[in-house]
Design a protein around this ligand. Structure first.
Ligand code: SF4
Length: 329
């Protein structure tokens, strides 16, 4: 069976897990590939206008698989940590995929929900495996192998590899090479690692002589510690990571500045943004730039803001440069 995996949204986190599992069970996996102008355009023209940019991009990825596969794989992730939920738009992704392909292609959509306990999740994975293999031991082996690959992928991200290098297992450290300036680029995986929608931000910062720290690179312990300090628990699974990383970067001065990548119009991010900006100010933390992108964001304006932010951080860091500028004035 040819199974299509749309390369948007949670693919940036679980793509390796999904492809490894399906391939180990004998499925031929077809990925929609990286986001391109035509994927974005088709997503934007067909998706609900009120959707956030990543959902529109995801829609485009689903459409790109039309006519190429026998089924499309879009799991429904309800909760990935007890006591938390994913964003409502993610809950509806399988239905959105069905609408995109107008029910021409079946959508395989196992439900993962940590609120219902681990056994419910094991059962969902087993039922998924049964679509491809009868032998329960084969399904178990495939699951274990896929989980190992997934852990390896996440570990590579924590070591400073970007999404593409981590997927290929390349031993190149692209993000952290000891340059003079260090900036935290924090946001959801799909907002940080999608090279098309971010206009290759990570690479560009590298060319500007900036080391990048992503949320994956901030130690888990520090993120959890920051979340416990908040007056209220954050309810959304992935927002917890984002907020924890920003606050840890700010309190422990892990970076010289923070770029918070947000997609328009993201409800959870807009709340987290206010929370993080307030806490950052209260901590007397590092400068923070919240960059909101959508399908209309132009490259010129986007780059100007990045360059201005990097220049400002350079000036703050270099007292000699500040003194020279003061004398010139
Ligand atoms: S968290 Fe925000 S960006 Fe992500 S899917 Fe939900 S609304 Fe969209």
């Amino acid at each position: 069976m040819k199974v299509g995996i749309p390369g948007g949204l949670l693919y940036y986190r679980y793509g390796k897990l999904w492809t490894s599992f399906l391939e180990a069970l004998g499925a031929e996996v077809v990925e929609s590939g990286e986001t391109t102008r035509s994927i974005l355009s088709s997503g934007v023209s067909k998706a609900e206008n009120e959707s956030c940019l990543p959902v529109k991009v995801f829609y485009g990825h689903v459409l790109a698989l039309r006519g190429k596969v026998d089924a499309i794989f879009v799991p429904r992730l309800v909760s990935v940590k007890r006591g938390t939920h994913t964003c409502p738009k993610m809950l509806g992704l399988p239905d959105l995929a069905r609408a995109a392909v107008e029910d021409e292609i079946p959508v395989i959509a196992p439900t993962i929900n940590f609120q219902e306990g681990m056994w419910a999740n094991y059962r969902a994975v087993y039922s998924l495996g049964r679509l491809f293999a009868r032998n329960p031991f084969r399904i178990l082996r495939a699951g274990m192998e896929a989980w190992r690959e997934h852990r390896l992928y996440l570990e590579r991200l924590t070591l400073g590899l970007d999404h593409r290098s981590a997927l290929k297992g390349e031993a190149v450290d692209l993000l952290c090479e000891g340059r003079e300036l260090r900036i935290g680029v924090i946001g959801h995986h799909y907002n940080v690692y999608d090279t098309f929608t971010t206009m290759s931000l990570l690479d560009r910062l590298g060319y500007m002589g900036v080391d990048v720290v992503t949320a994956d690179m901030v130690p888990e312990k520090l993120k959890e510690r920051e979340l416990k300090r908040l007056p209220k628990e954050i309810y959304w699974s992935y927002e917890r990571e984002v907020a924890g990383a920003i606050l840890a970067c700010s309190r422990y001065r892990l970076v010289d500045g923070i770029i918070f990548m947000i997609s328009f119009p993201c409800g959870p991010d807009s709340i987290i943004r206010v929370l993080c900006e307030q806490e950052n100010r209260r901590l007397g933390g590092v400068p923070m730039l919240s960059l909101v992108i959508d399908e209309h964001t132009g490259e010129g304006g986007f780059l100007t803001r990045i360059e201005a932010f990097v220049d400002m951080l350079r000036r703050r860091k270099d007292p000699a440069l500040r003194a020279r500028e003061a004398v010139a004035v």
